[in-house]
Design a protein around this ligand. Structure first.
Ligand SMILES: *[C@@H]1O[C@H](CO)[C@@H](O)[C@H](O)[C@H]1NC(C)=O
Ligand SMILES: *[C@@H]1O[C@H](CO)[C@@H](O)[C@H](O)[C@H]1NC(C)=O
Ligand SMILES: *[C@@H]1O[C@H](CO)[C@@H](O)[C@H](O)[C@H]1NC(C)=O
Ligand SMILES: *[C@@H]1O[C@H](CO)[C@@H](O)[C@H](O)[C@H]1NC(C)=O
Length: 440
């Protein structure tokens, strides 16, 4: 079946207005049948994504655009950590905060296919619905689904959403995401992930959005709080999933999101998951040190320590692109990295956007190892460096946490997770990491 979707959205200052179109069925890779409980994962710039820019971006443009989105992402994470919403960093600018990887889900009866952003730091699923005011994307049409229903105000789920209200006896709620406000009705319908139908799945049917940071696609929250996918599919998936994120150097490749304990890797290193009761959706781990090459760099203990009260510590996040370390940790890593790269040659360091360690000549870079409790993860160069397509500029693809938001959080972001399988094993309170080339 061939279907054409077109829509428009406004993006960062780099593009004022772009028109995207997707012709499904042209690229056979985009239509691959999904099997069992494994979904294909696409980068948002993939040829299979309707959210990719309509024209090829230059390398600098892509990097700057991803960095701009990261800024909004970090603002969102900071608001979670601080337990309050925060004011926009870049007021007046249009920044679409779309998490970077998307999966396909089928919603309703008969099924309507929608693309949802994967977000490990969010609990809820929300989907833009017909008649949504402010949505810019493909919409779900509840009126065409025979299994759709609104939840009424007495439903227990209505107590688990933020700011519930009762309009015409059905449950609706408002929430903030980054610097946007989103109003949604709490509804239920069958959601099919790969080949698994999940009847009566509770999600937000978005009716209104204001502000610049609403992802145009819906969101599949993979956090572990109430109403999350994990909470609603306890029997089916037992709060276990893993993903392999494809590199954005190979946009034609897809990765996978594997739900449930079946077929998860056996040979994998683990570190304990830490639980912060006040930020229940975030996946905290204990980062104890960082090695550059063979040298463990000198980082003050409090820069890495987990603190449930302030929200400080380290999380794995699927929606941030470039890892951020709080300033003392980042500076220690960067300085050692520069020493190792520059060394005797005394190479000139340049910057690009938020990256402060770039070189315009070919370099030999040291590995970087994140040392977690019980698990060292040594990143190969592909996870550490970004190279311009012309090969003339190379940057260390990490940055210091922004200092104008609550900067207590270290974020292990998706560039550093690409081509690894990351396993979230909530029942056993552990997170596993193993190298894997995710190239389908
Ligand atoms: C949600 O937002 C709408 C306007 O955007 C407002 O009319 C409504 O009162 C809000 N509801 C709650 C519960 O805050
Ligand atoms: C990706 O796939 C598209 C269409 O299938 C093709 O035109 C393009 O050359 C491919 N790009 C790469 C880098 O393989
Ligand atoms: C490194 O180069 C800079 C200018 O490029 C120069 O000022 C500095 O003295 C040099 N350092 C060493 C140790 O050669
Ligand atoms: C991580 O590497 C350090 C050496 O830098 C080593 O002492 C430690 O035992 C390793 N940890 C694990 C869990 O392998």
């Amino acid at each position: 079946m061939e279907r054409t979707l077109s829509f428009s959205l406004s993006l960062s200052p780099l593009f004022l207005f772009l028109v995207f179109s997707l012709v499904q069925g042209q690229n056979p890779k985009c239509d691959t049948q999904e099997h069992g409980s494994t979904l294909q994962v696409f980068h948002v710039f993939s040829p299979c994504s309707p959210f990719r820019p309509s024209k090829a971006l230059s390398w600098e443009e892509s990097v700057l655009q991803l960095q701009a989105k990261d800024q909004a992402r970090l603002q969102f994470l900071a608001s979670l950590v601080a337990g309050r919403s925060v004011v926009p960093i870049a007021s007046g600018r249009q920044i679409i905060q779309s998490p970077t990887y998307i999966v396909r889900a089928k919603i309703g009866t008969p099924p309507q296919t929608l693309l949802l952003a994967m977000d490990t730091s969010n609990d809820a699923a929300w989907i833009p619905c017909t008649a949504c005011d402010g949505c810019t994307s493909t919409l779900f049409s509840p009126e065409k689904s025979t299994s759709f229903k609104n939840l009424n105000c007495g439903a227990p789920q209505c107590n688990q959403v933020p700011n519930p209200s009762c309009g015409s006896s059905s449950c609706s709620f408002n929430f903030t995401y980054g610097s946007s406000t989103i109003g949604a009705n709490l509804v239920q319908d069958t959601v099919t992930l790969a080949t698994d139908p999940i009847p009566g799945y509770t999600f937000g049917c978005v009716q209104k959005t204001t502000g610049p940071s609403t992802p145009p696609q819906g969101l599949l929250g993979l956090g572990r709080g109430p109403l999350s996918l994990l909470s609603q599919t306890q029997n089916l998936y037992q709060s276990t999933f893993s993903y392999c994120l494809p590199s954005f150097k190979s946009l034609n490749f897809s990765g996978s999101l594997r739900l449930g304990p079946v077929a998860q890797p056996i040979r994998i290193k683990y570190t304990p998951l830490l639980k912060n009761p006040r930020r229940s959706s975030l996946y905290y781990v204990n980062l104890v040190a960082i090695r550059v090459g063979r040298k463990v760099v000198d980082i003050p203990q409090e820069a890495l320590a987990f603190n449930p009260v302030t929200g400080a510590g380290t999380i794995f996040d699927s929606g941030t692109v470039f890892s951020r370390l709080v300033a003392p940790a980042y500076v220690a890593v960067r300085d050692e990295f520069r020493r190792r790269v520059g060394g005797k040659a005394n190479l000139t360091v340049t910057s690009l956007g938020g990256f402060d360690t770039c070189y315009t000549v070919p370099i030999v870079a040291p590995t970087i190892t994140f040392m977690f409790s019980g698990m060292n993860v040594t990143l190969p160069q592909d996870n550490i460096l970004i190279h311009s397509s012309a090969g003339s500029t190379t940057c260390l693809a990490m940055a210091s946490a922004p200092d104008n938001v609550n900067s207590v959080l270290n974020v292990i972001a998706n560039m550093q997770q690409q081509n690894h399988r990351v396993l979230f094993d909530v029942p056993n309170s552990r997170l596993g990491v193993a190298r894997e080339l995710c190239t389908k």
